[in-house]
Design a binder for this molecule. Structure first.
Ligand SMILES: C[S@@+](CC[C@H](N)C(=O)[O-])C[C@H]1O[C@@H](n2cnc3c(N)ncnc32)[C@H](O)[C@@H]1O
Length: 324
């Protein structure tokens, strides 16, 4: 079996990538060599940087500048022009944005509601902005542990495309505890598997292969990428009331017949390529795919996304509910 390239652990800011890198760790479960630093701020693989816990599969996507660009374009493409919230919010707000990423939503909300206090948390500090609005503060924390965040009470908890629930029931319990009575939670997630308009035609497609294997690989890492279909039940089981849902469908490629949708599909081509690539590496590694196999799949996906034969869509499902 061909050996995968080394995984380099380092600390952001090491310009030559040299300082801080310590001993070779041969205990890694993979067939690759792992070079660990004392600080373990990030890992590098296939030219991308990831949160240090990537190796354990805690969060799958990168956290480098390229990912920052993807998250910002995602905010522009998928959410700009839409309201910042679907939950019916009233009064002065203490707001928590969980898994804030580059913080585009949190900052836009803080600007739109100057009387609100927005707390934005993420496990990755390096995605966070340098100059947030004064009523918006950024904290490094793990949503599934909640730590000090649980000590404060919020009117509104917002979670958009976290893609990383390992123990969703625990997360919803913490969210419940952190909400004031009458407070709202709102959560948006991709719906996986991908939707195909002609399942039979798509059966051997790269997009179908991506969908099945990424879900299975993530699941082996303890991450449920099919969470969207379970959110409503999780909210209900936790005791939330007035659960509502909206679904938006995004074409992956230029296949739609209607002009408006086709233009959207074309505009989103690059975004989907970036997004599906960002998701692919860690789960496919868990499925014992060689890097070359992953590269090959990504190349085939590019052809499908640029062509019109495979009519695939991503649904974004948004739920909101009230704590009684
Ligand atoms: C795809 S990004 C979405 C960012 C942002 N919500 C948006 O819509 O632009 C997901 C973010 O969730 C963060 N994340 C994943 N698991 C997390 C956890 N357990 N606790 C806190 N943040 C987490 C990741 O670091 C990443 O920045």
């Amino acid at each position: 079996m061909e050996e995968a390239p080394p995984i380099v652990h380092g600390q952001r800011g090491d310009e030559d990538g040299d300082s801080g890198i310590g001993d070779i760790d041969s205990s890694s479960e993979s067939d690759s060599t792992s070079v660990r630093s004392n600080t373990k701020d990030y890992v590098e693989e296939n030219g991308r940087l990831y949160h240090a816990d990537w190796i354990d599969g805690k969060y799958l996507l990168p956290n480098d500048e390229r990912e920052q660009r993807r998250l910002n374009s995602q905010h522009d493409f998928l959410f700009d022009g839409n309201s910042l919230h679907k939950a019916p919010l009233q009064g002065l707000l203490n707001v928590l944005d969980v898994g804030t990423g580059t913080g585009r939503w949190a900052m836009a909300f803080a600007d739109a509601y100057p009387d609100a206090e927005v707390t934005a948390v993420d496990i990755s500090p390096n995605l966070m902005p340098i100059w947030p609005p004064t009523n918006c503060k950024f904290l490094v924390d793990d949503a599934e542990h909640f730590g000090g965040i649980g000590n404060k009470e919020y009117n509104y908890i917002h979670v958009r495309l976290l893609h990383g629930f390992r123990n969703p029931a625990r997360f919803f319990r913490h969210a419940w505890e952190a909400l004031l009575p009458g407070g709202y939670i709102e959560i948006a997630e991709f719906e996986l598997p991908l939707k195909f308009h002609d399942q039979e035609k798509a059966r051997d497609s790269a997009l179908m292969t991506w969908s099945a294997n990424v879900i299975e690989g993530a699941s082996r890492l303890g991450i449920d990428l099919t969470i969207a279909e379970k959110i409503s039940t999780l909210l209900k089981d936790r005791g939330f009331e007035g659960i509502e849902e909206s679904i938006s469908a995004w074409p992956i490629g230029a296949w739609p017949k209607k002009n408006e949708r086709k233009e959207l599909g074309v505009r989103l081509q690059e975004y989907w390529m970036e997004t599906l690539t960002a998701f692919a590496w860690r789960p496919l590694r868990e499925m014992d795919w060689h890097n070359e196999e992953t590269q090959c799949l990504l190349a085939k996906m590019r052809t499908e996304i640029c062509g019109k034969n495979i009519r695939a869509s991503m649904h974004v499902r948004t739920f909101w509910a009230r704590k009684p």
